[in-house]
Design a protein around this ligand. Structure first.
Ligand SMILES: CSC[C@H]1O[C@H](OP(=O)(O)O)[C@H](O)[C@@H]1O
Ligand SMILES: Nc1ncnc2[nH]cnc12
Length: 289
C-alpha cells in the first residue's frame, strides 16, 4: 500500500483533518528526526507528516537532520514524499502566492551530510531526474483552480541561513537560469532517492529574492505574511493528493523505488558491518538485512 509523507517547510508545522492522528517518536541510527511524526489517515490513504524545522521552528536549514528524517519516514513504511517549501522566485511570472512544481535542482549546499553511504559501504545512485514524474503528475491533477501552479522549475538550494546577496541573486537568475531558490530541498531529495522513495517538491513562492528592480530585497516579514496566506491552499492540495494516490503503490515507472538496484560498489566481504547495520531501513532491500 502507498503511504504518503508530507514534509512541511517554513510555516507548515501541523496537518489537520487526519483520522486516528498520532505523533510518533521514531528512533533512527542517524539520530532524532526534526520532530515526532504525525501519522493518520486521510480517507483510505495512510499519511505521515513531518515538520522539517520541528514544531516551533527549531532547526536551521543547515541543522535539519535530513538523514534521520528520511530514514524515519522509510521506517514508517512511507512510499512517497511530497516536500512543501517556501521559496524565492527568479521569474517575474512566478509571483508570491504561486506554487511551482520543481523538476530540477542545483545543489549549492556545503555544510550537510549528503549520503547514507560512505566508507565501508559505497553507493552511487542517479539523481539526473531527482523528482518522481508520477508524483508530479498526481500533484498537478490534485491542484485546485485557486492555485496558480507552474509546471516545472529549477530550484537553487543555497546553504543559508542568510539570504543571497543581490549579485548572487542575479547570477542564479541570469547566468544559471534558475527559477526558484530555497535552503532545504538538498540533500533531502538526494537522500530520498538513496532510500528508494518517490519524491516531489512543491515550492510556495513567498518573494522575489533580491534581483527584482521594483521589489527591493527579500524581507522575512513579507515571507511570513505570504506563507500564512498560502497555508489553506497547501492543505487543500494535500487532501486532493491523498485521494489521487489512494490504493496500492504501483512500481515506479521512473524506478525511484529501485534506485539502489545496482548502486552499491563495495564488495560484500569488504562491507563495514556497523554501517550495513545502520542501513537496515534505507537499503535493507538490497543488502538483505
Ligand atoms: C522562512 S524564509 C527561509 C526558510 O524558508 C524556507 O524553508 P523551507 O524550505 O523549509 O520551507 C527556506 O528554505 C529557508 O529555510
Ligand atoms: N529568497 C529566498 N531565498 C532562500 N530561501 C527562501 N525561502 C523563502 N524565500 C527564500
Amino acid at each position: 500500500m502507498s503511504r504518503i509523507a508530507i514534509i512541511g517547510g517554513s510555516g507548515i508545522y501541523d496537518m489537520d483533518g487526519l483520522e486516528d492522528p498520532r505523533w510518533q517518536q521514531i528512533e533512527t541510527p542517524w539520530g532524532d528526526p526534526s520532530d515526532k511524526i504525525l501519522t493518520g489517515r486521510l480517507g483510505q490513504t495512510e499519511m505521515a507528516f513531518l515538520p522539517r524545522h520541528g514544531r516551533g521552528h527549531i532547526h536551521s536549514p543547515t541543522t535539519v537532520p535530513y538523514r534521520a528524517n528520511i530514514d524515519a519516514l522509510k521506517r514508517l513504511g512511507v512510499t512517497d514524499v511530497i516536500a512543501i517549501s517556501a521559496c524565492g522566485s527568479f521569474r517575474e511570472e512566478m509571483a508570491p502566492g504561486d506554487f511551482v512544481l520543481v523538476d530540477q535542482f542545483i545543489d549549492r549546499t556545503f555544510a550537510r551530510e549528503k549520503s547514507f553511504f560512505g566508507t565501508g559501504c559505497v553507493a552511487h545512485v542517479s539523481v539526473a531526474h531527482p523528482v518522481c514524474e508520477r508524483l508530479r503528475d498526481a500533484v498537478k491533477a490534485s491542484a485546485s483552480e485557486d492555485i496558480t501552479l507552474h509546471d516545472g522549475g529549477t530550484y537553487l538550494c543555497m546553504e543559508g541561513p542568510q539570504f543571497s546577496t543581490a549579485a548572487e541573486s542575479k547570477l542564479y537568475r541570469d547566468v544559471w537560469n534558475c527559477d526558484v531558490i530555497g535552503m532545504t530541498n538538498m540533500p533531502e531529495a538526494k537522500l530520498a532517492r538513496e532510500a528508494e522513495l518517490c519524491y516531489a517538491a512543491v515550492a510556495m513562492i513567498t518573494d522575489y529574492d533580491s534581483w527584482h528592480p521594483e521589489h527591493g530585497s527579500v524581507d522575512i516579514t513579507d515571507i511570513i505574511a505570504t506563507l500564512q496566506g498560502n497555508a489553506d491552499k497547501a492543505r487543500a492540495l494535500v487532501r486532493g493528493l491523498a485521494s489521487a494516490l489512494e490504493g496500492a503503490h504501483p512500481d515506479c515507472p521512473r524506478g525511484c523505488d529501485r534506485a539502489l538496484e545496482h548502486a552499491i560498489m563495495t564488495a560484500p566481504d569488504q562491507r563495514d558491518p556497523a554501517l550495513v547495520a545502520k542501513l537496515d531501513s534505507v537499503a535493507g532491500r538490497v543488502l538483505g538485512t
